[in-house]
Design a protein around this ligand. Structure first.
Ligand SMILES: Cc1cc2nc3c(=O)[nH]c(=O)nc-3n(C[C@H](O)[C@H](O)[C@H](O)COP(=O)(O)OP(=O)(O)OC[C@H]3O[C@@H](n4cnc5c(N)ncnc54)[C@H](O)[C@@H]3O)c2cc1C
Length: 434
């Protein structure tokens, strides 16, 4: 009896999981390797970061999701390099050989050559990130309550979100709701409603992937919530005490980075051309140029279609995962691989309670209708019946009461680290406030 081909899938996110599921009945053995033990529903991370949901409500153990798939095993491990010639992946603590490889390790944040900004302005990609942002934001209100100096208090009550894409818009809207509604009556010395929430975007408008009219509607909806929106405003420095935007200094203690995406550095070990964001320029069938047994999918792949790139969204990753699985089945049967074609199912971004924008086919929605669509889609795609049920109940409760039940400060509460900024850069000295 000959051994069945071994398919190794790196990453149990949207792409990796779709690939694994697509191979459920294939005559292959599958190994899914992820550095975390859970699949994360990233579109709802901002809810964890703003205390609306708890981590377990948006994440599920990968082992549990795939437990009924008999040809599949799941390993907790971090891939550190890919040796294409030897058909082996080097893990932080071992090695694994493949016949077919699917690389779906996604992307992280880009600080545009200033990795030192990350300490002051965390991005939102993992549950750890979300919990850190939640900790900083809630801690800021606690510090403000005990602060006598009005300037320092104002600094604690200023929240800056850098980047006006969907994540930035969602974060800014949620910060404003927390300030105006959730915490409004919880403090005695400060009025949380006086908190300032700023959304800073370098480009000319918010949500650049959306039609212009929806960008404008998103801006108006944010402003109605009390968010100050600055467009055409590039951040030139970030420090412990705030951000510099051109000539303006914004004193703030809570800063969130939602401005740039950089593909996983694992892509470099494939030794093929990458685009500016570090993504692998794959062939139309999703294989790596010159490597017909290696597929790269999801946020790590630069896939050209109709003169543009397939967007880095969950739908794109899932469709690529399914396609890579189908192509592996074809290869195992000795058939030629077929080209991938992305089917655009639309764009959705929420701004707050009853506020959202959506593009679905020729429809452009905003306000309540877009929000209900957003809610339905997100509940539908959440993994696990329990999660769907709990999230629906939590949102229904929050809708009626404005409450956010996950308002816990975990870990040793503290502000962003007060490391000195590089010399000669304006406005980035550690604050003495607080
Ligand atoms: C805050 C946020 C909000 C978003 N909102 C939306 C939205 O509303 N709608 C939408 O369509 N898209 C949204 N996206 C984008 C969407 O989540 C991504 O496009 C999608 O997750 C990409 O899927 P992927 O499988 O390529 O990567 P991911 O889903 O990121 O999965 C990558 C997996 O690889 C693992 N991994 C990484 N490195 C290694 C390694 N070296 N070794 C082993 N495992 C590794 C990770 O732990 C992770 O499980 C959002 C993204 C973020 C960050």
């Amino acid at each position: 009896m000959t051994a069945r081909p071994h398919v190794v899938i790196l990453g149990g996110g949207f792409g990796g999981l779709a690939a694994a599921r697509g191979l459920a009945r294939a005559p292959v053995d599958v190994t899914v390797v992820d550095r975390t033990n859970h699949h994360l529903f990233q579109p709802l991370l901002y809810q964890v970061a703003t205390a609306g949901l708890s981590p377990a409500e948006i994440a599920s153990p990968i082992r549990r999701i795939l437990r009924r798939q008999r040809n599949t095993r799941v390993l907790l491990g971090e891939a550190v390099a890919i040796d294409v010639g030897a058909k082996r992946v080097r893990l932080a603590d071992g090695e694994i050989a493949w016949d077919y490889l699917v690389v779906a390790v996604g992307a992280g944040h880009s600080y545009f050559g200033r990795p030192d900004w990350e300490a002051y302005a965390p991005g939102l990609k993992t549950l750890d990130d979300a919990l850190e942002i939640r900790r900083r934001a809630l801690f800021a209100y606690e510090k403000a309550e005990r602060e006598d100096d009005p300037e320092a208090r104002r600094q604690w009550l200023t929240f800056v979100v850098v980047g006006g894409g969907p994540t930035g818009v969602e974060m800014a809207g949620a910060f404003a709701e927390v300030a105006r509604h959730t915490l409004a009556r919880d403090f005695r010395r400060i009025d949380p409603r006086s908190a300032r929430v700023l959304l800073v975007e370098a480009g000319p408008r918010l949500l650049p992937a959306y039609p212009e009219e929806l960008s404008e509607k998103a801006k108006l909806q944010l402003e109605a919530l009390g968010v100050q929106v600055w467009t055409g405003a590039a951040v030139t420095d970030v420090g412990a005490s705030g951000v510099q935007v051109g000539g303006d200094r914004i004193a703030a203690r809570t800063i969130v980075w939602a401005a740039g995406v950089q593909a996983s550095p694992l892509a470099r070990s494939l030794g093929v051309p990458l685009d500016r964001a570090g993504r692998v320029r794959v062939e139309p069938d999703l294989t790596v140029p010159g490597q017909p047994t290696v597929f790269v999918i999801g946020d790590l792949a630069a896939v050209e279609q109709d003169g543009g790139l397939v967007p880095g969204v969950a739908q794109g990753a899932m469709q690529m995962g399914g396609h890579a699985a189908a192509n592996i089945c074809r290869a195992v049967r000795g058939e030629p691989l077929v080209c991938f074609r992305y089917r655009d199912k639309g764009l959705l971004a929420t701004i707050g309670r009853s506020r959202a924008v959506a593009v679905i086919g020729r429809w452009r929605l905003s306000g309540m209708l877009a929000w209900v669509t957003w809610l339905t889609v997100h509940i539908f795609f959440l993994i696990g019946f329990r999660n769907r049920f709990v999230v629906l109940f939590t949102w229904a409760w929050a809708y009626v009461t404005y409450d956010r039940s996950a308002r816990l400060i975990l870990g040793r509460g503290g502000p962003a680290p007060s490391r000195p900024s590089p010399p000669g850069r304006p406005g980035s000295t550690p604050s003495s406030a607080g």
